[in-house]
Design a protein around this ligand. Structure first.
Ligand code: KG4
Ligand code: ZN
Length: 352
């Protein structure tokens, strides 16, 4: 997608536009001063009655929210459109209609404002989100990217220098959380709900398997754990037990199994790559149990763990504005025509 690559010394004030799924999010990032403003509109309520995201409804809602949100973000930063010198927009992976809504607005505004625009990969946004914090990881590091659509272990040598070490062969960890929640009759998105109920769960009443830990390599699988939750719940119901406590115990067993599996795979990746710095990002990195277990692992190894702040674990505009700023500073820009790719792979990105 990029069509130029001359590093620049220019200061950029970049507007980032995120619309890949069910969140419309805008942010402004200053290449010297950092994040100036960020705004987010979540469509959770819109999709809740369907138990998941309805793509067409998502696209239509993005169209409605984008311009007012851009205006609100400019206002929050105390800036006007004339101050913006760069534009970044999510071009994939994600839902095609949702991506196109944001990309069309961003690309058109960049044309009207006569500023460069760059297409940003949503997963790169997540991966770089910890860079928005005061304490930043240094390259190279291992990144565990855990979201609703992806679960990947990546060796990161620099921006755009990504080697995929392993990934889920079926459901993403977030997807397994969402499906477990749905089976237990809980609301969408299920991750935070399962996590909340798991707090009331009895440790070790149920023990779920740790999938693929006995197989060599760094690939993962989470669909079996979701089925384990369902079967445990059906067996409990059959015996006349439909209590909240049993639900909580299942949530606890599920969450602990996901966390321990991720810990085993992260440890293996760190040893394999001879690294001791772990970055964890994506929606599931907000999970308390997963954070606690990874922190224990890294403490034992005398290594360091980096996470985004909680609001930047899930989809947000700040991560897109940051990635766009870095790519614009490196002289990258995408042409006037734009294309979105719902399956855009991290490994296909340009190194900067
Ligand atoms: O990164 P994200 O906002 O969107 C994608 O790019 O997919 O991730 C959303 C996913 C959902 O599956 C949601 O249930 C999960 O992240 N999630 C959590 C938690 N918060 C969000 N999963 C477990 N525990 C949480 N606290
Ligand atoms: Zn995401």
């Amino acid at each position: 997608m990029p069509n130029s690559n001359q590093p620049t010394t220019q200061t950029f004030i970049t507007l980032g536009v995120e619309s890949s799924c069910d969140e419309t999010a805008i942010a402004i990032y200053h290449s010297e001063k950092g994040l100036l403003a960020h705004q987010l509109y979540s469509q959770i309520k819109l999709h809740a009655e369907y138990g998941g995201v309805v793509p067409e409804l998502a696209s239509r809602d993005h169209v409605k929210r984008l311009i007012p949100l851009i205006e609100a973000t400019l206002k929050e930063a105390n800036l006007t459109q004339q101050d913006i010198t760069g534009m970044g927009y999510t071009a994939g992976p994600g839902l095609m209609g949702a991506l196109l809504s944001g990309a069309a607005v961003a690309r058109s505004l960049a044309f009207a404002w006569d500023i460069p625009a760059v297409a940003i990969n949503h997963m790169e946004g997540h991966l770089l989100a910890p860079m928005l914090e005061e304490k930043q990881p240094k390259f190279p590091f291992i990144c565990l990217l855990v979201s609703g659509g992806h679960t990947m272990l990546i060796r990161v040598n620099g921006i755009g220098q990504y080697t995929l070490l392993g990934e889920t062969l079926d459901d993403a960890a977030g997807e397994a959380f969402d499906k477990t929640a749905k089976m237990l009759g809980m609301d969408y998105p299920g991750g935070p709900e399962v996590s909340k109920l798991a707090l009331k769960g009895t440790d070790k009443r149920y023990t779920f398997p740790r999938p693929m830990v006995n197989k060599p390599g760094l690939d993962m699988s989470f669909s079996g754990l979701k089925t384990f939750s369902l079967n445990t719940w059906l067996a409990a119901k059959k015996s006349g037990d439909e209590s909240e406590q049993t639900k909580a115990d299942i949530c606890r067993a599920f969450e602990v199994a996901v966390a321990e599996t991720l810990v085993i795979k992260c440890k293996r990746a760190l040893i394999q790559e001879n690294l001791n710095c772990l970055v964890v990002s994506g929606g599931v990195s907000a999970n308390r149990e997963i954070r606690a277990q990874l922190d224990t692992l890294m403490k034992g190894r005398k290594g360091t763990t980096f996470y985004p702040r909680l609001e930047f674990c899930t989809d947000n505009g700040a991560m897109i504005a940051y990635a766009a700023s870095k790519r614009l500073e490196a002289g990258e820009s995408s042409g006037l025509s734009f294309a979105c790719n719902p399956r855009w792979k991290l490994e296909d990105l340009n190194a900067i």
